[in-house]
Design a protein around this ligand. Structure first.
Ligand code: FES
Length: 348
């Protein structure tokens, strides 16, 4: 469900990125309380067309949190262009309550973030909350940006260094700029991480790895970690940008000629036909426009639902952890029926 929130502040972070802060009225404070690492979906309607995008919350989770997101301009991005060029203080934007499972509830231990570009946004919230709330936690941030000028939240990260010199470690790699600190420039890819990580950390002593950014970086980091023997359960991922060609959808298996989806949403259920080729989300949306979604690309996880019965085929999944898939959760936007009847529960 979307709530209209007023824009309280817009701060320019770089030439192509802003931080937008929303005013949360007292009646919605509980709704908008977030766990560090979560995102919110924003909605805008242009010429009758709805545009939805998810953006990660960059602020720490406190008792009275500030709802602030980082938005970077994406080429031809319908929402980011609007956010950077048109949005002004006092405007109202439809905002969905925080969601997402790329989270870290503060606990003692040693954690690492590997981020690229705007992937810093949720990890900044994670690291800031963790270090403030848990005196026995340490965080190492390995970030990759094109240049210093294009780096989002430079000051906030520098502030963490000043505040927690013993417990916060920063490695900043710039792909298009030489650094004076001795760190070579260049991309943070699988090969480089495979060499860098063991030199920097005792990889088997890390309690959680948080990878966030473009598909290529996250995939490279995951492969490097797996090659270093890091268990899959210690790796958490959030992908920000994905080219359509980056991960080919699973080829269509034999689909039933006619199928129906039964969906429960806000305690109300209905059964509807699924048209040829459409996703379960599309079938549900035709009848229940309040069904949750944002990216429709298998990335944000907003459309997560529990598969009560039947079988489905998922095109791609960059949002659900393997334990969620094992527990029976699916992404409705990527799911197609593999049996004549499929039942989803969006409330679980
Ligand atoms: S709507 Fe984003 S994963 Fe389905």
């Amino acid at each position: 469900m979307f709530h209209p929130l007023r824009v309280r502040e817009i701060e320019r972070l770089t030439d192509d990125a802003v931080a937008v802060t929303f005013t949360v009225p007292p009646a919605l404070r509980t709704t908008f309380r977030h766990t560090p690492g979560q995102h919110i979906a924003l909605r805008r309607t242009v010429d009758g067309q709805e545009i939805r995008r998810t953006y990660s919350i960059c602020t720490p989770a406190t008792d009275d949190p500030v709802l602030r997101v980082g938005i970077r301009l994406v080429e031809d991005g319908a929402f980011s262009t609007y956010a950077l060029k048109e949005l002004t203080v006092g405007d109202t934007v439809d905002v969905m309550a925080p969601a997402g499972r790329f989270t870290l509830a503060p606990r003692p231990g040693q954690f690492v973030g590997i981020v690229g570009g705007s992937g810093i946004t949720p990890v900044l919230s994670i690291a800031t909350t963790l270090l403030a709330r848990e005196p026995h936690a340490r965080f190492c941030l390995i970030r990759s940006d094109r240049t210093t000028a294009s780096t989002m939240f430079l000051e906030e990260v520098a502030d963490l260094k000043d505040r927690y010199p013993e417990r916060f470690q920063l490695v900043h790699v710039l792909s298009r700029e030489e650094r004076q600190t001795g760190l070579p420039s260049g991309r943070l890819d699988q090969e480089r991480l495979h060499t860098l990580l063991p030199a920097l950390l005792q990889t088997d002593a890390i309690d959680g790895w948080y990878l966030c950014g473009p598909f290529g970086l996250v995939q490279g980091a995951e492969r490097a970690l797996r090659a270093l023997g890091v268990p899959r359960t210690h790796i958490h991922e959030e992908i920000f940008h994905i080219d359509n060609g980056a991960a080919a959808p699973v080829p269509a298996a034999t689909a039933p000629a006619h199928s129906t989806v039964t969906a429960t949403l806000d305690s109300r259920s209905g059964t509807w036909p699924v048209h040829d080729g459409e996703s379960l989300l599309e079938a549900v949306l035709r009848n229940r426009p309040d069904a949750p979604y944002a990216c429709k690309g298998g990335v944000c996880g907003t459309c997560r639902a529990f598969l009560v019965s039947g079988e489905i085929r998922m095109d791609r999944n960059f949002a659900l952890e393997s334990d969620e898939v094992d527990a029976g959760y699916v992404l409705a936007c990527q799911s197609h029926p593999a049996t004549e009847q499929v039942e989803l529960d969006f409330d679980r």
